[in-house]
Design a binder for this molecule. Structure first.
Ligand SMILES: *[C@@H]1O[C@H](CO)[C@@H](O)[C@H](O)[C@H]1NC(C)=O
Ligand SMILES: *[C@@H]1O[C@H](CO)[C@@H](O)[C@H](O)[C@H]1NC(C)=O
Ligand SMILES: *[C@@H]1O[C@H](CO)[C@@H](O)[C@H](O)[C@H]1NC(C)=O
Length: 515
């Protein structure tokens, strides 16, 4: 541009001149400058307008049909099945010894530990002693296996896969001599491979007649490249493990009452002391509450510098009750929606529940639906594992399930897998990381397109149909494709096994759910 201004162009400000030509060039220069700025501004405006138009179009395209989510997802030809293939044999009558395990953790960590124990016994060709359940100080629960699950059903359903006994014998035979049986205690490595069970553990079992594995959660790798082993886990998890009669009838009663007014949604609201302390999301609480969270963290978890805002931005903070409400409202659920809250004590209490209640006044939980006597009859009123067991069943049977946090083998993760198996039931899985900046903008007062932006994030999340398991998703969260099959498929591997044989499909397909 300078060149067209002639020989003076490049020598700006060298001397002040009143020559009319120079004045003209100065004018032209400032005019050109102005023009340049105008064009730039115009371009910028056009650009921002276009990106806004693009954003608006994107937001307009991000539609969610809330009404449609009440139905189950499309199975795309798949159905749940854990029937073994033709090469799977009944368990061998010759055994290597007794396997004893002590499961630890909460209800659901112990649930996957039980599945692992059955598989380990099968791998070792051992007799499984009914798994011992943890009665630790947090849960204050002494109910044990029979207090929670239906033992007869458990043993009977697995009779072709493993032998299960209530207790080990006092004596066993070694070289024709009667010896007192004393289980050898072993601590399995985390996520041990099947090889560890057939070498280290099996050697000790043969030597001592029995091994006692403790602690026993996450002690067998989840990803095992053997579909038959994985299907056995599904037979345990989705067929053999049934809560006992008391838990089942109380859950059914609660579901019946909820259903009497139409469909309902269950939310696992993981806004509890231990969760928040673990996640390190404390900044939204009062100084006193923060102190309680910090103290709990110090006693129970490894030391780590955790900054709430950073944790939130990477999706590591559980959703607040208010965020849950905002997500559901943005998705198009209105204030008539019936919501069952599965949770222990909400940390911070009503102060945090209020914003959710304002958006969704029809909130229920097991204490609001069942009477105190009904709850006491199952000992489901207090801490213990029975309250969570009832919540588990209600969440399994709900038309829609929404977790607010997911971690290894916890309540939400197991339920997502179970609901997939139980006929592709809708699960709403908020992408906390993608939602964090949207919520943050709102908190700063930028509410433009808030609902559209939430909807845009939510429209890209899966709602619970069959989908490939992608690490770090757990087998217990998504047992597809191992525990699903197709009635007809060009691929032999996908086809459902025949209905005949010791297992038959009668006890292992979805139609046989006795819930
Ligand atoms: C639900 O929302 C409607 C408006 O959409 C309002 O008229 C009604 O009062 C609300 N009901 C409750 C129980 O808040
Ligand atoms: C259930 O909700 C009521 C209020 O409706 C509340 O007082 C109670 O603490 C809740 N119970 C549980 C277990 O969350
Ligand atoms: C198993 O499932 C298939 C397909 O859903 C069904 O046709 C069959 O009757 C079921 N078997 C039993 C015994 O329920």
């Amino acid at each position: 541009m300078r060149r067209i201004l002639g020989p003076y162009g490049g020598r700006r400000g060298q001397m002040v001149s009143n020559h009319p030509f120079k004045q003209l060039t100065t004018m032209m220069r400032s005019f050109a400058g102005g023009l340049f700025v105008s064009i730039a501004v115009l371009l910028l405006c056009t650009f921002s307008l276009m990106s806004r138009i693009r954003e608006n179009r994107l937001l307009a395209d991000a539609k969610i049909d809330a009404e449609e989510l009440w139905s189950t997802r499309s199975p795309s030809g798949w159905r749940p099945s854990s029937v073994p293939g033709p090469d799977w044999k009944s368990s061998s009558p010759v055994k290597n010894g007794y396997l004893l395990v002590r499961c630890n953790g909460g209800l659901n960590q112990q649930r996957s530990a039980i599945c692992n124990a059955v598989l380990a016994a099968r791998i070792m060709n051992a007799i499984l002693v009914l798994p011992e359940l943890d009665a630790n100080s947090f849960w204050h629960d002494k109910s044990g296996f029979p207090g929670i699950y239906d033992v007869d059903h458990f043993i009977k359903s697995l009779k072709n896969d493993v032998d299960i006994v209530m207790a080990p014998p006092a004596f066993h035979m070694v070289a024709n001599k009667k010896k007192k049986l004393k289980a050898f205690q072993l601590r399995p490595p985390r996520d041990a491979s099947p090889d560890w069970y057939t070498t280290v553990a099996l050697d000790k079992m043969k030597e001592h007649g029995a091994v006692y594995l403790t602690p026993f959660s996450h002690r067998l790798a989840e990803e095992i490249n053997n579909d038959e082993f994985q299907r056995l886990r599904c037979r345990v998890n989705f067929h053999a493990l049934r809560f006992n009669k008391d838990v089942m009838s109380l859950s059914q009663l609660i579901v019946r009452r909820l259903r009497s007014e139409g469909h309902f949604m269950a939310i696992h609201l993981r806004f509890e002391l231990d969760m928040l302390a673990f996640a390190g999301c404390v900044a939204i609480f009062t100084p006193e509450e923060q102190e309680i969270l910090r103290e709990y963290r110090k006693v129970n978890f490894a030391e780590k510098r955790l900054v709430h805002d950073e944790r939130r931005m990477i999706g590591k903070c559980p959703l607040t009750p208010e965020e849950v409400g905002l997500i559901l409202r943005s998705m198009g659920f209105d204030n008539t929606t019936r919501i069952y809250i599965a949770a222990g004590d909400i940390f911070g209490g009503e102060r945090f529940m209020q914003p959710l209640r304002a958006l969704f006044p029809r909130l229920e939980n097991r204490t609001s639906i069942a009477t105190a006597e009904e709850l006491a009859s199952v000992k489901a009123e207090g801490k213990g594992l029975l309250g969570p067991a009832v919540d588990y069943m209600v969440c399994l049977l709900a038309d829609i399930f929404m977790p607010t946090y997911d971690g290894p083998s916890n309540f939400a993760n197991n339920l997502m897998g179970h609901r997939l198996y139980y006929g592709f039931r809708t699960t709403i899985q908020p992408d906390r990381k993608a939602l964090a900046p949207v919520f943050k903008d709102r908190e700063r007062g930028n509410t433009r397109n808030f609902e559209g932006r939430v909807r845009l994030v939510m429209s890209t999340t899966p709602f619970g149909g069959p989908h490939p398991r992608i690490s770090p998703e757990s087998f217990y969260t998504n047992p597809w494709p191992e525990c699903f099959c197709k009635s007809s498929s060009e691929f032999v591997k996908e086809r459902c096994p025949s209905d005949s044989g010791a297992w038959g499909s009668s006890s292992t397909n979805s139609t046989s759910f006795s819930y």
